[in-house]
Design a protein around this ligand. Structure first.
Ligand code: HEM
Length: 153
């Protein structure tokens, strides 16, 4: 039962991750207004929480509820999956830093004005995150079915 529940939470947090990132992509357009800026900051915070949940449920499946840690450590597609997840985490740093910088202005009721360069960089970070996220479930489905096993001699 616990294994099913953790698997469910893994999927749920993944769905939320996709949804929240898509919302960020749609909202991050100029000209911004105050409520849009607030929504972006909250969405990004929720996105960070979901990413932690994905990681926590993933680690729990590796350690306690899956096929055993040795299975995953010996699977190249698992390494690729975690590598892509780390890449997504790295790509998310820039948008998060931008939203954190807005905090005091938004609190004071001022509308943030991202530069054209910032707009381009953040938009592309989000797009690349979405693209990388598309491949992770494929790697997961393959590694769960025995593909990618590293041969030991
Ligand atoms: C956005 C990131 C992630 C996505 C989209 C994702 C997606 C998935 C999917 C779709 C499955 C089901 C595979 C299947 O049974 O067909 C799965 C299973 C699993 N995931 Fe993730 N995952 C992510 C992150 C992680 C991370 C970071 C870890 C580990 C640190 C992890 C560990 C696992 C494990 C152990 C399983 C069970 C595989 C099995 O049934 O043997 N996942 N994941």
């Amino acid at each position: 039962m616990a294994a099913a529940l953790v698997a469910y939470l893994h999927y749920l947090s993944i769905f939320a991750l996709f949804a929240l990132l898509s919302i960020e992509h749609v909202l991050f357009k100029t000209p911004l207004d105050l409520s849009c800026a607030r929504s972006l900051m909250i969405t990004d915070l929720a996105y960070g929480i979901c990413a932690v949940l994905v990681l926590a449920t993933g680690v729990a499946r590796v350690l306690w509820f899956g096929k055993g840690a040795a299975y995953y450590m010996g699977n190249s597609l698992f390494h690729a999956k975690v590598g892509l997840f780390v890449l997504v985490g790295l790509l998310s740093i820039l948008p998060t830093l931008v939203f954190i910088k807005w905090r005091s202005a938004v609190k004071a009721g001022q509308v943030p004005e991202p530069s054209a360069r910032q707009l381009r960089l953040v938009t592309w970070s989000i797009r690349l995150e979405l693209l990388a996220l598309l491949f992770i479930p494929l790697l997961a489905a393959l590694m769960a079915r025995g593909y990618g096993v590293i041969a030991t001699g």
